[in-house]
Design a protein around this ligand. Structure first.
Ligand code: ATP
Ligand code: MG
Length: 734
């Protein structure tokens, strides 16, 4: 009966067998934490401590939950894992709420609102409260509300403690939004985490019944739990106290989403009788990979010291790819994938390519397609299917074909122009009555029976379209997109919302701009808008045309948590990209943990890559090699030509010397000259003469705002007057 525990080492085995009371396994990457959870579940069932339905195992992704269930099934052989509760916090809690939510006054058939549904409800609430999105942007409010919910701060409490202007506005919206959700018999994603807490608090009987059902609670990746998840776990395990958590403080990477590293650091204070196990052997990676990961994470000041010892041989050194630009970087990755496959007989599924920001996937995706490498994007949709890309592309499509009503409906109220469903309904009626297209109805709106406010909005929209169409006839795709972004302020609005999500969307739009520029540069006659759209349509169909499960995995570092691959490429290792712009020492430490997560996914081989120039934020940037590269023991990093980095340094003097001890204050000498971290002031002033890549030479008439939001009104000699966002316009002051 105990045979299967022979697959574990001593400490792992002890952790499995310590079935009663609070237990924590705090251990580094690849040391078998997830493996211990699976074995423990099997152990509990096999030895009759509990039947499957008395065990609740919580993970962070569906993929992880699926894998865990599969592994338990294999261990139990007869398939007695049925009835086992394994899932993400969200899915399990939704299931619990279906049973008991009527006690909170909801119907069991509640709907779950996704981020878009909840956004529209917040918009309604703002409308009813007469709060203009100009005073506080919608996404900012959504972010504030979501963060409050994740910290289990309910509207009443939030109102009492609301500090600045934004928070006071948010308090009102939060309150009405909550009431509206209830009217809709709906829960948003955050409610799935906090409604159980309300339920447990107000109905102790429900909690007690669940405590008796789930006598054993197990949580993977505990370092990434937020306050609400922490409280739920605490309440559920309060009676039997069989709470088993595993985690690694060095892999905490979700603080921006409310995860609180102190949940794991304080476990022993919460449960003074807790048993703690430390696993030090790493079974996943070669010795060299671990040495590299250890040498980097050592630079974090805030961490529990732990070293990982490899169970495996040293293996290959890391390879540093130094590319000219992001395309060159992607080409090299493609070449390595092909050559390693041939040399070592690896399958495509052995490779993973990681990037820090979603926008970087575009060039990688394109190169994979061109080189016939099957790939799949994990944790996010393919670049071309992202909402903001589809929105921008809808504008371009519509410029080419004004009968395309799908595209029209996508853009007519995006960005918001107060043209709602009802107005569109009336426009449709008008179009039908007149026998004209919807767009014609828009251009002739003053002939219909519409309120003047609506007519004005429609006029504004059609003159925007006409201006862009005019430009599209002669200008490049890049010029059209630049103008579209400038006239609609779509990227600017995203930037101002300043949430992690909106900044990622902003970044994607900049990437589309880069793509348009490449397209114009690489095509004879700069390529037509039609050709550009065709390229995009073909690209966005590609990932659906794959049927096998043998593909290269592309994902952000965040999405790679808990996974493992023989060969890992970590791309974009440049200052300001990875580490992403950091303003605080804590942020830099989180970036470093993220890099640590990336490295520790690899089993056999790591490639690190960086590019000397990259289109970032819509313009080509000269990049500096990431400080993280210099933090790795230089004796185990080789360049592509085979030179060990340490030797290269000796020849070059100490320019890239690794500091004796790390920390954000002691940046390696080779990385100090990072471009300034805050948006630079442009130095533009009224009267300056400037040069723009598309519009040519012009004179600045007015400059408004500062930093990221700065706009300039410029009269171009050959292109008329334009208002441009300075940060993206890439102006050269002459
Ligand atoms: P992470 O922190 O990245 O989530 P982890 O601590 O959860 O890592 P696992 O994924 O459980 O680590 O294990 C890493 C790899 O090592 C897996 O392939 C696992 O099967 C293997 N492994 C773990 N323990 C042992 C062991 N005692 N014997 C053999 N292989 C093991
Ligand atoms: Mg794990």
């Amino acid at each position: 009966m105990t045979d299967f525990l022979l697959d574990l080492n001593d400490v792992q085995r002890q952790a499995v067998r310590a079935t009663e009371g609070p237990v924590m396994v705090l251990a580094g990457a690849g040391s078998g934490k997830t493996r211990v959870i699976t074995y423990r579940i099997a152990w509990l069932i096999k030895n009759g401590y509990a039947s499957a339905k008395n065990i609740l195992a919580l993970t962070f992704t569906n993929k992880a939950a699926g894998e865990m269930r599969h592994r338990v099934d294999v261990l139990l052989q007869q398939g007695s894992a049925g009835g086992l509760w394994i899932g993400t916090f969200h899915s399990i809690f939704a299931r619990l709420l279906r049973n008991d939510i009527h006690l909170l006054g909801y119907d069991r058939n509640f709907s779950i609102f996704d981020a878009d549904d909840s956004k529209s409800l917040i918009r309604q609430s703002m409308g009813e409260l007469n709060i203009s999105p100009d005073s506080v942007p919608l996404n900012t409010l959504q972010g504030i509300i979501s963060r409050a919910k994740n910290s289990f701060i309910l509207p009443e409490e939030f109102r009492r403690s609301a500090g600045d202007y934004n928070q006071q506005i948010a308090a009102k919206v939060y309150d009405l939004y909550t009431r509206k959700l209830r009217e809709n018999n709906a829960l948003d994603f955050d409610d799935l985490l906090i409604k159980p807490l309300e339920l447990f608090r107000e109905h102790p009987m429900v909690l007690e019944a669940l405590q008796d059902t789930f006598r054993y609670l197990l949580i993977d990746e505990y370092q990434d739990t937020n306050k609400a998840q922490y409280l739920a776990a605490k309440m559920l395990s309060a009676k039997h106290r069989n709470i088993f958590v595993v985690g690694d403080d060095a892999q905490s990477i979700y603080s921006w989403r409310g995860a609180d590293i102190s949940n794991i650091l304080n476990f022993q204070d919460d449960y003074t009788d807790a048993l703690t196990f430390k696993l030090v052997e790493n079974y996943r990676s070669t010795g060299t990979i671990l040495q590299a990961a250890n040498s980097v994470i050592r630079n974090n000041l805030r961490q529990i010291k732990k070293e990982l010892v490899s169970h495996r041989s040293a293996g290959d050194p890391l390879t540093l790819i130094e590319a000219r630009n992001e395309r060159h970087e992607a080409e090299k990755i493609g070449e390595y994938i092909h050559s390693i496959r041939i040399e070592k007989g690896y399958e495509f599924r052995s490779f993973a390519v990681f990037y820090r920001t979603n926008a970087q996937s575009r060039v990688l995706e394109d190169l994979m397609r061109q080189n016939r490498i099957p790939y799949k994007i994990f944790g996010s949709v393919s670049f071309y299917k992202r909402k903001e890309i589809k929105d921008a592309v809808a504008y371009l499509r519509f410029l080419l074909n004004d009968r395309d009503s799908e595209s029209l409906l996508r853009i007519i109220n995006f960005p918001p122009r107060k043209i709602g469903e009802t107005s569109i309904g009336k426009l449709r009626e008008f179009a039908e009555a007149e026998g004209i297209t919807l767009y014609e109805a828009i251009t002739r709106a003053d002939e219909g029976q519409f309120q003047s406010r609506l007519v004005n909005s429609l006029k504004g929209f059609s003159s925007l379209i006409e201006a862009l169409r005019l430009l599209a006839e002669t200008g490049t795709v890049y010029a059209v997109l630049t103008e579209l972004f400038s006239l609609t302020s779509i990227p600017l609005l995203l930037k101002e919302e300043n949430t992690a999500e909106s900044l990622a969307r902003h970044e994607n739009l900049q990437e589309l701009l880069s793509m348009a520029r490449d397209f114009s540069d690489n095509n004879p006659d700069q390529g037509s808008l039609g050709d550009f759209l065709e390229t995009i349509s073909l690209a966005s169909n590609y990932d659906e045309s794959q049927d096998s499960d043998n593909y290269v995995s592309l994902m952000t570092v965040h999405a790679s948590k808990g996974l493992e691959f023989p060969v890992v490429f970590i791309t974009g290792l440049e200052e300001r990209l990875f580490p992403l712009n950091c303003y605080e020492p804590e942020q830099l430490e989180e970036e470093r943990r993220l890099f640590y997560v990336a490295m520790t996914r690899a089993q056999e081989k790591i490639f690190l890559s960086w590019a000397q120039t990259r289109y970032l934020y819509g313009q080509p940037q000269y990049c500096l090699k990431s400080m993280f590269i210099s933090e790795i023991d230089s004796s185990i990093v080789k360049t592509e030509s085979g030179t060990v980095l340490a030797d290269r340094k000796e020849r070059q003097g100490t320019r890239n010397a690794v500091p004796e001890s790390g920390g954000y204050r002691q940046r390696p000498a080779g990385a100090v000259s990072a471009p300034s971290q805050k948006p630079r002031e442009s130095g533009l002033r009224e009267g300056s003469t400037v040069h723009h890549a598309v519009f040519g030479q012009g004179t600045v008439l007015d400059v408004q705002g500062r930093g990221a939001g700065q706009k300039a009104l410029i009269r171009f000699r050959n292109a008329g007057e334009k208002t441009l966002m300075v940060q993206y316009a890439n102006l050269r002051v002459l």
